[in-house]
Design a protein around this ligand. Structure first.
Ligand code: SAH
Length: 398
């Protein structure tokens, strides 16, 4: 039997939970000493012992668990999850019916009322990502719920259990159904992507950037020279090339990025001749570019929110100004910098102050052409706006 424990909410948090705030934090509840096992159902009570909400205990980078329901009589079982999954699918009907896109997010954690879990769709295959041991204890019911709700070719999973959300275990990524081809070719706005559902922590594409990629291809790429930094599998370069970029340069530190990027070009029938792929620390590359007097019509910046390389530590909240200054120096006049970050410890307003500062310090002028946050399938809860971590700004340098 799953344990269930009543806990008093710290009075300063009562209103937030009554209004639907979904995250359970260590400060928000009293008597944590009663709670031992991940996956324990927590019933939140106010100071008069009145029911507020039900959630579960699961430690992850963001907190100690998530609210699941504000109904007192609810049981957290297969039927509960069926309801959540059905709602999530209904919300994404346009994606299921799309002929040009076959990869998207089906369920986005707390944005769909199920914090700690995401479900992605890749052309008939489903990928579950578990962000805590707590949510993973519901695996059997969640899996049954998914199987009862969708028709699928196969189901995969990723476990990201530790405090930093790091990927833990790749011995059992495949759960059931048919195994996916390797690579599995999916489509996004008519472009192809090679994804690997059973090859470590990442599958080869970040689905949250779909609108940004489309915008680069449709509005900004034509005839231009493009530098894509922190390029991973080169997704931005592929869209730039498809949009008629004159040439692309993709820079990433990871060795695997060369082959992976070539593959993404090839599955889109793009001639590799004008696509440079450089395996190097981005900060070294900037120095090299300045020395060689290289400059670009478009520079894409998409760093991880935190990274440590041999020589540099990069933290988006501390170092983004520096990164922008490097980029500004090698961007042509009238050119575009696409500045992106998925850091959740600052918001768009603060991100724009980084941009302001970088241009000011270099005495350069700019305008903001457009901005993006998460796309529709990455649903965000109205009561948890910080769940919208993605910030992308298209900046024109004058
Ligand atoms: N822009 C990519 C996603 C970037 S993921 C896309 O659209 O798919 C972050 C990438 O940054 C990783 O591939 C990692 O290898 C790379 N990286 C981290 N630190 C780096 C550094 N100092 N120089 C170059 N690449 C770096």
């Amino acid at each position: 039997m799953r344990k269930s424990i009543d806990l008093k909410v710290n009075p300063t948090f009562v209103n937030a939970y009554k209004n639907g705030y979904p995250l359970i934090s260590p400060e928000s509840l009293e008597n944590w000493s009663k709670v031992e096992d991940e996956g324990t159902i927590l019933t939140l009570l106010d100071d008069k012992n009145k029911f507020i909400a039900k959630g579960y205990f699961g430690k992850q980078n963001k907190g100690y668990g998530w609210i699941l329901s504000r109904k007192k009589e609810v049981t957290i079982d297969k039927d509960f999850f069926v309801k959540k999954i059905k709602e999530a699918i209904t919300y994404r009907q346009d994606f299921y019916h799309s002929e040009v896109t076959t990869a998207f997010r089906v369920l986005n954690g707390e944005g769909d009322g199920l914090g700690g879990l995401t479900i992605d769709y890749f052309d008939g295959y489903y990928l579950l990502t578990w962000y805590s041991i707590g949510i993973y204890t519901f695996k059997e019911d969640i899996l049954k719920a998914l199987q009862a709700t969708v028709s699928y070719k196969g189901i995969y999973q990723k476990k990201r259990f530790d405090a930093k959300g790091q990927y833990l275990d790749d011995t059992d990524d495949f759960i059931c159904g048919q195994k996916a081809p390797e690579p599995l070719i999916v489509k996004e706005n008519d472009a192809n992507f090679a994804v690997y559902l059973d090859d470590g922590a990442m599958v080869g594409i970040f689905l949250d950037q779909k609108e940004v990629r489309k915008t680069i291809r449709d509005k900004y790429a034509k005839g231009n020279t493009v530098l894509n930094t922190f390029s991973y599998t080169g997704a931005f370069s592929v869209f730039a090339a498809l949009g008629g970029a004159n040439d692309t340069t993709s820079v990433d530190l990871a060795n695997r990025s060369r082959k992976k990027t070539q593959e993404q070009f090839l599955v889109n029938n793009i001639d590799l001749e004008k696509q440079k792929i450089i395996v190097e620390d981005v900060f070294n590359y900037f120095k090299y570019a300045v020395r060689k007097k290289l400059s670009f019509d478009m520079v894409v910046l998409d760093p991880p929110s935190f990274a440590r390389s041999k020589k540099h530590t990069f933290s988006a909240s501390k170092d983004y100004v520096k990164l922008l200054k490097e980029a500004i120096q090698i961007t042509n006049r009238n050119g575009i910098i696409v500045a992106s970050t998925n850091a959740s410890n600052f918001d768009m307003k603060r991100f724009k102050t980084f941009i302001e500062k970088a241009f000011k310090e270099l005495n350069e002028k700019y305008s903001i052409e457009e901005t993006f946050s998460l796309p529709k399938d990455f649903r965000v809860s109205d009561t948890f706006k910080e769940g919208n971590y993605l910030k992308v700004v298209f900046i024109r340098k004058y």
